[in-house]
Ligand binder design. Structure first.
Ligand SMILES: Nc1ncnc2c1ncn2[C@@H]1O[C@H](COP(=O)(O)OP(=O)(O)O)[C@@H](O)[C@H]1O
Ligand SMILES: [Mg+2]
Length: 271
């Protein structure tokens, strides 16, 4: 079991000519394998900053981040190993894949760099990864622009899984996709989470999918976690006025899902 623990993390961005900007203020939470935690908040609340700090694309200004009790590495091979374990799926599947490379190249790269399988098994592993995200083997020789947004995000997910991580940070993984295919991608993430006992940080501004796909919900408001608890409790009995406002502004989760017809209780990601 893997545990990633953030304690009292704050982040200040230096803004030229405008002084400092406090993007995160004393944020603490724990991510463990086998569980999905939703991080919910409006645009600008600091969600991506948390994702970037967890993958060390940004450094926290203060506070600590421990992976299984050890401070996370800042550089070098140790940082590379850390990033093998804690992988990120970005919001924009159009920007996150390199237009000049084939899908095969995107998937082979982490397999080779991280020595996931022996060289002569790389080809089989690429096909296994495509199968896991339900993509046809025919896409391997294509380039990203030949795929749909949903297919690209599946490639990005397969690439994240290539190094066999224990934790996945998904930063608004479906917000750039057509509404009609969002649930399919979220169901895929839930399926992979269960199959590999992944810990998932599901970042979203959508309370309905947060409730449906997560064990816990954390609500972020101006860089502060104003509410954190079991998903149903946070939705049914929100304690903070901001959570109530968010809930009242979003469609009723039950109506939303029965209306969409694609997610039933039987497909829920948690017991
Ligand atoms: N590199 C940066 N430099 C200065 N300010 C930033 C930077 N990145 C983000 N911010 C600011 O920090 C706040 C939080 O941003 P972000 O974490 O991207 O929020 P979210 O993902 O919830 O939309 C915003 O006000 C944003 O403008
Ligand atoms: Mg963001």
């Amino acid at each position: 079991m893997t545990t990633l623990e953030l304690s009292h993390v704050s982040k200040r961005y230096r803004v030229r000519g405008a002084g400092d900007m406090l993007a995160l203020d004393d944020v603490s939470f724990t991510l463990t394998s086998g569980r999905t935690v939703a991080l919910v908040g409006q645009s600008g609340s600091g969600k991506s900053t948390i994702a970037k700090i967890l993958t060390q694309l940004e450094r926290a200004t203060s506070g600590s981040i421990l992976l299984d009790g050890s401070p996370i590495p800042q550089r070098g091979r140790a940082l590379r190993r850390y990033r093998q374990q804690v992988r990120m799926v970005f919001q924009d599947p159009f920007a996150s894949l390199n237009p000049s490379h084939t899908i095969r190249h995107h998937l082979e790269r982490p397999l080779l760099l991280d020595h996931v399988v022996p060289k002569d098994e790389v080809d089989d592993e690429v096909h296994r990864l495509l199968e896991r995200v339900h993509l046809d083997a025919g896409v391997v020789e294509r380039r990203p622009h030949e795929l749909s947004g949903g297919q690209r995000q599946r490639v990005a997910i397969a690439r994240a899984l290539a190094s066999r991580p224990s934790l996945l940070i998904a930063d608004e993984p479906v917000s750039m996709l057509d509404v009609s295919i969002r649930l399919g991608v979220l169901n895929l993430l839930a399926e992979l989470q269960r199959a590999s006992n992944l810990g998932v940080l599901y970042i979203t501004h959508d309370l309905a999918t947060a409730r449906h796909f997560s064990d816990e919900i954390m609500v972020l408001h101006h860089g502060v976690v104003v509410e954190h608890g079991p998903a149903d409790d946070v939705i049914l009995d929100p304690q903070h006025p901001y959570t109530r406002a968010l809930r009242d502004a979003s469609p009723n989760p039950e109506v939303h899902f029965s209306g969409a017809g694609a997610a039933t209780d039987a497909s829920r990601s948690r017991p």
